[in-house]
Ligand binder design. Structure first.
Ligand code: DP6
Length: 366
């Protein structure tokens, strides 16, 4: 990507300082990224719904100096909701960028402050939102140093999506929304190095809601990173990558034509397939809990009875994402209260909606 290569800076240009503030939301994959290759590239294209309420807020302070250090000088300030393992992950992310895309970081002192507005203990992955928010700040620093790149940037967010992918794969889909594709299709559409926003979306999907049923807020017993690596020698990996490709093409068709039946069929198949892959990895593992299965059963029963447009999906954990059309909010809300809330830890449900991605914030955390 020419946005990053062979760019040297004279010491005058490095003498900049500033603080930039961004927030980015979490996203939920409808066609899952599960299996990677090379430098954080996906084995198959994925498609996600960007959320709106569940966000990470990040302030990045940068100050250029005339001498270089082996690594950027970084200070972190995390508010209690942000996990401490995030600082390790962020540190290795920034080291990687310093050795590759952003070598000038060696000339910078950086301060990063971050907070989530959803509880760290909720079981909702925060790596996507946090890496996306940080990448937006790094993008701004990059464009301050190389303003000439603004005219080359194909669309708002391409640089940030590319950078955030290197922090956590799914993060590259949190820059824009409400629907994003990451990964190249056989037809040549899409890109493995950054996500693109889907534009051909029928008005049926204008107002998709996601009520997240917190079935279990504990840390997962097997991390996503381990799960991805277990796909390398997985007996069904090739079959899986092909099915994900087919699902992606079909889901895009469904989104474009307003076909909820197709949407429901593919989204639920993807969720169950992800967990089936975990169950036949070597070693095998199970992240669903009895209440996950009970919720799935109740959601299917309710749909059969009411014919409402709703379905479930799962990420790599026990929590259930209940997706539905905004118009049915009242009926689905009553269903959640009557039947699903008792399956959730302390009756915990987070109601979120489809969103448009990362944004600049006025308030600073530094
Ligand atoms: C099941 O993006 O968290 O949520 O790239 O190792 O940081 P790393 O993994 P991560 O994996 C997400 C897996 C998933 C599916 C998805 O979001 O597409």
């Amino acid at each position: 990507m020419e946005l990053f290569t062979d760019r040297s800076l004279d010491s005058d240009r490095i003498q900049i300082l500033g603080t930039v503030n961004y927030s980015a939301p979490s996203n939920i994959a409808l066609v899952k990224y599960w299996g990677k290759k090379g430098r954080q590239l996906p084995q198959n294209p994925s498609l996600s719904l960007t959320l709106s309420q569940s966000r990470t807020f990040t302030s990045l302070y940068f100050q250029g100096r005339s001498y270089l250090k082996e690594l950027p000088n970084i200070e972190f300030e995390f508010f209690e909701e942000v996990s401490s393992s995030f600082s390790d992950k962020t540190m290795s992310f920034l080291k990687d960028l310093t050795s590759n895309e952003l070598p000038y970081l060696k000339y910078f002192d950086l301060k990063i402050a971050s907070r989530n507005n959803f509880p760290h203990s909720s079981g909702i992955a925060s790596s996507a939102s946090s890496m996306a928010a940080l990448a937006m700040g790094l993008r701004e620093l990059h464009l301050s140093l190389f303003p000439e790149l603004k005219t080359y940037e194909l669309y708002e967010g391409q640089i940030a999506s590319y950078l955030s992918r290197l922090g956590s794969g799914s993060a590259c889909r949190s820059i824009q929304g409400p629907f994003c594709q990451w990964g190249l299709e056989d037809s040549g559409t899409g890109n493995d190095t950054y996500a693109v926003k889907l534009t051909d979306i029928h008005e049926e999907f204008d107002d998709v809601r996601d009520s997240i049923l917190i079935i279990d807020s504990k840390k997962k017993s097997v991390s996503s990173t381990t799960g991805h690596s277990l796909m390398n020698d997985h007996p069904y990996s090739l079959k899986r990558y092909n099915r994900a490709r087919t699902h992606l093409t079909e889901l895009k068709r469904g989104l474009a034509s307003g076909d909820w039946d197709r949407f429901i069929e593919i989204v639920e198949a993807e969720a169950l397939e992800l967990h089936a892959l975990m169950m036949c990895s070597q070693p095998s593992y199970i992240l669903m809990s009895p209440n996950t299965l009970r919720a799935i059963e109740l959601i299917r029963e309710f749909r059969g009875r009411t014919k409402l447009r709703l379905c479930f999906t799962l990420d790599a954990g026990a929590n259930v994402h209940l997706l539905y059309a905004g118009q049915d909010e009242k009926a689905v809300g009553e269903f959640i209260k009557a039947q699903l809330i008792s399956l959730c830890e302390d009756g915990w449900v987070i109601h979120d909606t489809a969103g448009t991605g990362a944004r600049a914030e006025v308030e600073t955390l530094l």
